[in-house]
Design a protein around this ligand. Structure first.
Ligand SMILES: NC(=O)c1ccc[n+]([C@@H]2O[C@H](COP(=O)([O-])OP(=O)(O)OC[C@H]3O[C@@H](n4cnc5c(N)ncnc54)[C@H](OP(=O)(O)O)[C@@H]3O)[C@@H](O)[C@H]2O)c1
Length: 326
């Protein structure tokens, strides 16, 4: 495993992190809790020290099960959790197969009152006295940024949060927040199938001393090469509704993945390892968080941490991606 620090902070994490959304109970189909806990244990044994969760993942379930899985090893790792997504009217009685209704109820709340209450609830579920990295989940246009960052600063002052970060902010929103309180990290989607972050976010993070956390490194599993045009997802799996997994966009991505597979073979890597390693080769990325449901998947993903891609592989990857845009 390799380790890097977030931006200009002293907080060091493994370059491959563990995404804990899957155990929330929504969005990812059936997830076996025992296998997921075994996956966390395998991750710890293989040197993963960064776990990413959110209060919204299963309305707290992800935080709770993560705490159970980590047990007395919780203090050996860095946990990031998030605040700011709520369900309208506090409704939480969605069936796992009722994702459209759940999506329809999502609202943003980065008010001081909500942040202070949510932090206490996350600390209880995580069985921790301090949240290592507290992330603003999505920008909330209805709350002044000074109020939001003031609340985060209060939590740091009170010793309940060590570092503050954001997710899914534009570069301008990130700079505005960073002016009120220094951000340690910014989390955004970044992968071989979505390089948008290269345009503004990655350079902005580097310039401001903010660590980049890449999510959807495997593009929700697509870059593992395990899906075909005939793959189908249940209605309890968000990919059933995700336009990226339907029709022409899906076919186009599968063709890119088929080309990338050949590069992976020549580098002695699996497609998943190539995808993660490529993200880790890009300037501005501190860590790539990957969601996994099985210990074997964690083992594969960790293999990307030490991979050094050849110049030939990096050139071929660029060519494949450029051709796909032509
Ligand atoms: N801040 C935000 O707004 C935000 C948004 C999204 C995600 N995140 C965070 O980022 C984390 C990672 O993103 P993600 O989990 O959404 O997507 P991801 O990491 O791109 O893909 C996860 C999926 O990839 C498949 N997979 C993983 N390792 C594999 C392997 N070695 N072999 C085969 N398949 C493998 C699994 O698919 P199957 O389910 O088909 O087995 C898994 O569910 C999340 O868990 C969450 O913590 C944050």
């Amino acid at each position: 495993m390799q380790y890097r620090k977030f931006g200009d902070t002293d907080m060091e994490v493994s370059v491959v992190g563990f995404g804990c959304w899957q155990i929330g109970g929504y969005y990812w189909g059936h997830v076996d809790q025992g296998e997921w806990i075994d996956s966390v244990h395998r991750a710890l044994d293989l040197g993963i020290t960064f776990f990413d969760t959110a209060d919204f993942y299963g309305f707290g379930r992800s935080e709770q099960v993560l705490a159970e899985a980590l047990g007395d090893r919780s203090d050996d790792v860095i946990i990031a959790t998030k605040v700011g997504l709520v369900s309208r009217g506090g409704r939480q009685d969605f069936g796992a197969d009722d994702l459209p209704a759940l999506e329809d109820h999502i609202e943003k709340d980065l008010s001081r009152t909500h942040i202070i209450e949510a932090a206490e609830a996350s600390l209880r579920r995580l069985k921790r006295d301090v949240i290592d990295l507290y992330l603003l989940h999505w920008p909330d246009q209805a709350t002044p940024v000074e109020e939001t960052m003031g609340a985060m600063a209060e939590l740091v002052e009170a010793g309940k949060v060590r570092e503050v970060g954001c997710c899914n902010f534009s570069a301008a929103e990130m700079h505005e927040a960073n002016r009120s309180y220094h951000l340690a990290a910014h989390q955004f989607p970044y992968s071989l199938l979505d390089r948008t972050a290269e345009q503004e976010l990655l350079p902005a993070c580097q310039a401001a001393g903010i660590g980049g956390i890449a999510y959807w490194t495997l593009f929700k599993g697509l870059l593992t090469g395990k899906y075909t045009q005939h793959s189908a997802f249940g209605v309890d799996d968000w990919r059933h509704f995700d336009p990226a997994f339907q029709g022409e966009p899906f076919r186009k991505s599968l063709a890119i993945v088929a080309d990338l597979k050949r590069v992976a073979v020549d580098e002695g890597l699996s497609p998943a390892q190539l995808a993660i390693a490529w993200v880790l080769h890009q300037p501005g990325v501190t860590t790539a968080i990957v969601g996994a449901k099985w210990p074997q998947h964690v083992e594969t993903n960790v293999g990307a941490a030490e991979a050094v891609l050849s110049n030939d592989a990096l050139k071929r990857i660029d060519e494949i991606l450029q051709e796909s845009r032509a």
